[in-house]
Design a protein around this ligand. Structure first.
Ligand code: MG
Length: 128
């Protein structure tokens, strides 16, 4: 790939966004951030990313609201959407996958777990 793939990190937590940005930049992605689903939709309309790391619980517009609005015009798998969730929200994963999420990742995650998920959805090459 000549240009770096673009990742949009969507989370209302600045701490989570900063951590995710660090991991993704270390893996070679160009990263932008949005703090809720509505801002994320605006960002996608301005420049569609290759992939979205999506929090569920956010003010203004939550992850599901964003996902449904995005997928109305942009069916899976472009952009790839990886839902970030917690163990207590596990029943929501099915709903999110049905709404067009491509993968999910449990919080808290580390760079290794994230890289594995990115390989699963084809955003990183398989490990040699
Ligand atoms: Mg949140």
């Amino acid at each position: 790939m000549s240009a770096r793939a673009a990742f949009l990190v969507v989370d209302d937590s600045r701490v989570v966004r900063r951590l995710a940005r660090g991991m993704l930049e270390a893996l070679g992605f160009a990263v932008s951030e949005a703090e809720d689903g509505a801002r994320a939709l605006d960002a996608c309309r301005a420049a569609m990313p290759d992939a979205v790391l999506l929090d569920w619980n956010m003010p203004v517009m939550d992850g599901m609201g964003f996902l449904r609005a995005l997928r109305a015009d942009h069916p899976s798998p472009h952009p790839r959407v990886i839902l970030c969730t917690t163990e207590s929200e596990i029943e929501r994963i099915v709903e999110a996958l049905e709404a067009g999420a491509d993968e999910y990742i449990m919080k808290p995650f580390d760079a290794g777990i994230l890289a594995d998920k990115l390989r699963q959805v084809g955003l990183l090459p398989e490990a040699a």
